[in-house]
Design a protein around this ligand. Structure first.
Ligand SMILES: [Fe+2]
Length: 334
């Protein structure tokens, strides 16, 4: 099931029974806060058969049987909040870890679960509801869409990090406390950190204890959810029970372009300039977006390529240029 199919309602074939309305919230909360501020909402996915552990084991096996081993990640639980995001054990024990999640002391993430048509139907309905709540045809601006499921042993910690996606997180089983920070507060997340993040340093965001008082801490229980704007720093601590949560994640075209401004700014900063942050000068933003756009894939084939194809070409040009300068200097000194 490709993202393209998900962006065309009516293309998904599934007999899955879903309630008429999954998300319960007032329209004004969604319209006023969408991708600006984090906010809590209610839903009725708690107890749904799609999120029972045996069904999730089947789902993991489906993903693995399709050879998509990169779509399942597992992390060690009970780690410090400061632990970086790139610790990746092997996948052999993953289905075992899910089946015995209560005592396996694990944290498992199943990515792009819409490869299974039942989860695709669920994702499709959620997007339709979000479009109604937000009052915008989101699919027109989406460049990537995916549903991830997080399964965690009691008391697991999700370390502090930032994401490039918009996120609607649905808590389905168990409880957690989610600390979410304001992505626009530069005492929490600096321009330089965002620039480095967009050129590939995914672990750039550093947790600082003194900023914890600036977080909004959402207590999530089954039937509750929270919206994360793009780049909103967050970390989570699960309660004394198994946690199952669904994340509906997507990219929107205007924010892909904003990422390009950050990427160009990162290079300008390296050259000794003090770059203008995005949003301060429409003309400068347009020039940066255009310039980097010349190096971006016209039709990116992956989530990674949507944000990073242009900057990868810049890095490759930079590498070759450095090699050329090195050779010239050896020749001139020889
Ligand atoms: Fe996250």
């Amino acid at each position: 099931m490709s993202t393209d199919n998900l962006l065309k309602p009516g293309s998904i074939k599934s007999d899955l029974k879903l309630s008429k309305q999954i998300i319960q919230s007032d329209v004004s909360t969604f319209q006023e806060n969408f991708n600006c501020s984090h906010f809590k909402f209610s839903h009725n996915l708690a107890g749904h058969p799609l999120f029972e552990i045996p069904r999730l084991v089947d789902l993991a096996n489906t993903i693995l049987s399709q050879g998509r081993t990169d779509k399942i990640q597992s992390y060690t639980s009970r780690v410090p909040i400061q632990q970086k995001w790139n610790h990746r054990p092997g996948i052999n024990e993953i289905t075992e870890a899910i089946a015995h999640i209560e005592e396996s002391d694990s944290w498992v993430m199943l990515e792009d679960v819409q490869v299974d048509p039942e989860y695709a139907a669920l994702l499709n309905q959620i997007i339709t509801e979000l479009e109604d709540l937000i009052g915008k045809p989101l699919r027109q601006e989406m460049t990537w869409l995916g549903a991830y499921i997080f399964i965690a042993s009691p008391n697991s910690i999700t370390p502090y990090h930032i994401d490039s996606e918009l996120n609607f997180l649905f808590q389905i089983q168990g409880e957690k406390d989610m600390s979410l920070f304001n992505q626009n507060d530069r005492s929490i997340l600096s321009e330089e950190e965002i620039e480095k993040f967009y050129i590939g340093d995914l672990n750039v965001a550093n947790y600082r204890e003194e900023n914890q008082s600036k977080a909004s801490v959402y207590h999530l229980e089954p039937g509750k959810g929270v919206h994360h704007p793009i780049l909103a720093p967050h970390w989570a601590k699960n309660g004394n029970n198994v946690s199952v949560a669904l994340s509906v994640l997507f990219y929107l075209r205007p924010y892909d372009l904003k990422a390009r401004v950050y990427q160009v700014n990162s290079y300008l900063r390296k050259l000794g300039f003090k770059p203008t942050p995005p949003g301060k000068s429409a003309l400068r933003d347009r020039i940066k977006i255009f310039a980097l756009g010349l190096l971006c894939d016209r039709r990116p084939k992956s989530k990674f390529a949507i944000l990073r194809s242009g900057i990868l070409r810049v890095k490759s040009i930079e590498r070759r240029l450095n090699q050329f300068i090195k050779k010239i200097s050896i020749f001139s000194n020889g």
